[in-house]
Design a protein around this ligand. Sequence first.
Ligand code: SAH
Ligand code: SF4
Length: 349
Amino acid sequence: MTAKKTFLFDLSINELQDIVTSLGEQRFRAKQVWNRAYKNLASSFDDMPDVPKKLREKLKEIVSFSHITPIIDLLSSDGWTRKILFKLDEDAQIETVLMGYDTRRTVCISTQAGCGLGCTFCATGQGGLQRNITSGEIVEQVLFFNRALQERGDKLTNIVLMGMGEPFANYKQVMKAIDTLTDSEGYGFGARRITISTVGVVPMIEKFTAENSQVNLAVSLHAATDALRNTMLPINKKYPIEVLLRACGEYIKQTNRRVSFEWALIDDVNDTPEQARELAKKLKGMLCHVNFIPLNPTKGYGGHESKLKRITAFREILNGAGITNTLRVRRGIDINAGCGQLKQEIVSK
Ligand code: SAH
Ligand code: SF4
């Protein structure tokens, strides 16, 4: 009976050094493995020519190199969006999406397999939580897509934690993954090019504020009154808008950084002039930005995306109050690129 192997991408450099020395090898060998894995984007232990073969063989026995196996791999018809459903184990799958736009290459990664927070319009929420994923499983999604880009002479420019799951419901693993990805002696990804999106788990926003991280914070707001937000995002009953916005205000004050608010525009639900006015009132004077995205249709929710005319009217109210905002284009709709949608598609077939 073999014990479960340690996963390479779950390890910090110190943990890897301990393993290498416990195998009777010199400590600096760990740094060689780390460099190959993160700087050269090696695709296996054998892809590390300067690491002695003897050590590679020993490592292979106790350390696994990959935890995520692609089971569905789709390219959108415009060629700009690639989405993969990965199998983690018998009980868990995650989705990762790569989006290209001009010179930007953004990977949208999952932070949990499924999600337990039950937002009504979200495909992931409709499916419930399978399990938390590990920091290595988060990191490997990034490396997987970066290797593919590297083969084409291209590279990743942005990382968004907006795939399946609530990052702040898996805080420790998410932060460890960010530490690994931003390690200047390893993968070295700039924290300013990473964005965490939270549905509004207030105690964790406070914890994140205290970290004084350079990682960008996005908050899924979607409604400007508790009466409406309660019906869309159940977490609002625990942390209502006032409490949430106070935590955001504190974040801005402590870090001097802007918060992005996300708003999925749903026809006749949250695209009304009343909601726009209420939103403008609540955000006025705050160092923030609003990102609008038309709703992606999902199986378990009857709402529709807003019509352009209503979107324009809504945005004009915000513009009038001096609140900067952008309307994001929806990409990869033909491959169910919205988070959790691909899995929903295969489960319901
Ligand atoms: N759990 C985190 C991050 C993952 S969801 C969060 O909720 O913020 C990433 C973003 O996609 C969130 O803003 C979420 O509200 C939004 N989203 C979920 N389902 C959607 C849908 N069907 N259409 C448009 N946006 C959606
Ligand atoms: Fe979870 Fe975010 Fe979906 Fe809500 S929107 S169910 S928090 S993944």
